[in-house]
Ligand binder design. Structure first.
Ligand SMILES: C[S@@+](CC[C@H](N)C(=O)[O-])C[C@H]1O[C@@H](n2cnc3c(N)ncnc32)[C@H](O)[C@@H]1O
Length: 290
C-alpha cells in the first residue's frame, strides 16, 4: 500500500522511523519522495532482511541507520542512535514475501522444512517447541485466537500425534492434521494454523501492544503514525489504541485528545491485491499526534 502510505506522509519530514524495514520497499519510496529527509531509522528483527535492505537502499546510505532488533524496544533503539523524536512512524506488520519464500525458515507449508518460523534467528523459541510442548488447552486457545474454526480438534490431534513421534517439520504438521484441514474460498485452516503459530513464535500481538504507546511518545507533535496490519487481532489493537487516545483526556487544566484519527475506516488495498496475494487482507490505519 505504498501510494496510501506516501499520501499520508505528505508533509515535509526530517526524521522517519520504519519499524518493519523488511527489504526496504516502503523506506525507499519514502526516501525518494522526501529528499529533505535527514535520517531514516529502519528496524527489523531479521538479519537477512536487513542485509537485503542495505543493498536496496544503497543509494541513500548516508541517510539510513539500520537497527537489528524488535520494534517493541523502539524507544531504546532511537536513544542509541541519538534521536529524541521523529516526524513519522511506519509499521508494516507481519511476515515478508521474502521470509515466506525462503524454504528453510519454515513459514510456509509449500515447502518441507523444519518448524522454525522465527523472524529473529537468535530468539530461543521456535514453532517446533510450541507444537511439541504446549498443552492441548494452550494450543486450542492459540488456534481459536487465530480464527481456526475446528481449533479443538486440531489441538487434540497434535497432542495425540506427538505422543507417537515428535512433529518436527512443516509436512509432519500438515500430515498429522490430515482430514481436519478445511479449505473453502474464505477459510483455509492450514494457512490459519501456520499464521497462529507464527504470531505466537514471534510474540507479534504482545510486541505490537507494547510498541504503539512508545511510537506515540516518540512522535513530534503533528507527527504521523501509519500501521498496516494483516490480521484481525492486530487491526483491533490498532483501532482500539487510536480510539482510546483520540478520546479527550485531562492534561493540566485542559481536556485534549492525544491523537487525531486519520482513518475513520481502515484503508484496504486496491490494485496491489491483484498481484500480491498476501496484500489482500491488509488494513491500514493512521493517526496524527496532537
Ligand atoms: C511485511 S514485512 C515489511 C516489508 C517492508 N515494509 C518493505 O517494504 O520491504 C515485515 C517485516 O517486519 C519484520 N518484523 C516483524 N515483526 C517485527 C518486530 N516486532 N520487530 C522488528 N521487526 C519485525 C519482519 O522480519 C519483516 O521483515
Amino acid at each position: 500500500m505504498v501510494d496510501e502510505v506516501l499520501a499520508l506522509f505528505g508533509d515535509k519530514m526530517s526524521t522517519f522511523l520504519d519499524c518493519n524495514l523488511g527489504v526496504g520497499g516502503h523506506a525507499k519510496a519514502i526516501l525518494q519522495n522526501h529528499p529533505e529527509l535527514a535520517l531514516l531509522i529502519g528496524i527489523d528483527k531479521d538479519q537477512s532482511a536487513l542485509k537485503l535492505a542495505k543493498q536496496n537502499l544503497g543509494a541513500f546510505e548516508a541517510k539510513v541507520k539500520y537497527v537489528h532488533g524488535d520494534f517493541n524496544a523502539l524507544d531504546q533503539h532511537l536513544k542509541i542512535v541519538g534521536i529524541k523524536e521523529v516526524d513519522g512512524v511506519l509499521f508494516d506488520l507481519g511476515v515478508s514475501s521474502m521470509q515466506l519464500d525462503e524454504e528453510k525458515r519454515g513459514f510456509s507449508f509449500r515447502f518441507n522444512s523444519p518448524l522454525d518460523m522465527r523472524m529473529d534467528q537468535t530468539d530461543p523459541v521456535c514453532a517446533k517447541d510450541i507444537i511439541n510442548t504446549w498443552t492441548e488447552k494452550e494450543l486450542g486457545e492459540l488456534f481459536k485466537n487465530g480464527d481456526v474454526r475446528n481449533f479443538q480438534a486440531i489441538a487434540k490431534r497434535i497432542v495425540q500425534s506427538r505422543k507417537k513421534q515428535p512433529i518436527l517439520t512443516t509436512f509432519d504438521l500438515i500430515h498429522c492434521l490430515e482430514g481436519l484441514l478445511i479449505k473453502t474460498r474464505k477459510h483455509n485452516s492450514a494457512t490459519l494454523v501456520f499464521q497462529a503459530l507464527r504470531l505466537a513464535v514471534n510474540k507479534e500481538v504482545k510486541h505490537l501492544q507494547e510498541a504503539l504507546p512508545k511510537a506515540l511518545s516518540m512522535l513530534k507533535k503533528g507527527g504521523i503514525c501509519v500501521v498496516i496490519s494483516f490480521h484481525s487481532i492486530e487491526d483491533r489493537i490498532v483501532k482500539n489504541f487510536i480510539r482510546e487516545n483520540s478520546a479527550k483526556q485531562i492534561e493540566g487544566e485542559k481536556l485534549i485528545p492525544k491523537v487525531c484519527n486519520l482513518t475513520k475506516k481502515p484503508l484496504t488495498p486496491k490494485e496491489e491485491t491483484k498481484i500480491n496475494k498476501r496484500a489482500r487482507s491488509a488494513k491500514l490505519r493512521a493517526f496524527r499526534k496532537v
